[in-house]
Design a protein around this ligand. Structure first.
Ligand code: PNS
Length: 157
């Protein structure tokens, strides 16, 4: 039984995130989506809101949502995670991601696998979604329906 962790901020989850988790759900026995609790980042959505949004977007028996603070490798040890999976959009993601993968390997020996994101979501990020939506731009095609509803509530037009 192989358990994969897809970690991230998910503030908010985008269609790019959901695509990566769905593909992991088809490959691994179990997938844990791990939301990093990081109060210093001043997220738009609370950890509880992000948990509910991810659960609403991922109605699969083998996918669960959890959150963690502190080191990622402490969470992977605690939850008996076998592998970390990260989505890669472009070569610019690679530098930071390989650094984290190697540090995590140094800390605990855990393997990180990279999944190439769907090309149509190659430019997509939670930060851009928030910025564009807060300024009145249309992001409806880029986020799942529950996230669109949550953004509409946050930024009424
Ligand atoms: O969606 P993000 O913001 O790119 O996710 C980054 C995340 C959560 C994977 C990263 O910030 C993280 O692992 N944070 C936990 C703290 C930690 O373990 N830092 C050392 C990693 S090498």
């Amino acid at each position: 039984m192989t358990v994969a962790l897809v970690p991230g901020s998910f503030d908010p989850p985008t269609k790019g995130h959901i695509d990566v988790v769905e593909r992991c759900a088809n490959i691994f026995d179990e997938v844990v989506v791990g939301i990093v609790r990081n109060p210093s980042k001043n997220p738009l959505f609370s950890t509880e809101e992000r948990t509910e949004l991810l659960q609403a977007c991922l109605p699969y028996d083998n996918v669960s949502v959890d959150s963690f603070s502190g080191l990622l490798v402490d969470f992977t040890n605690r939850r008996n995670i076998d592998v970390i999976v990260k989505g890669l959009r472009a070569i610019t993601d690679f530098e930071y991601e390989i650094q984290m993968a190697q540090m995590n390997r140094h800390l605990s020996g855990i393997v990180t696998l990279f999944v190439a994101t769907k090309p149509e979501f190659g430019y997509l990020s939670s930060s851009l979604v928030k910025q564009v939506r807060s300024l009145g731009g249309d992001v409806d095609a880029l986020v799942p329906a529950p996230v669109k509803a949550a953004l509409d509530e946050r930024f009424p037009t």
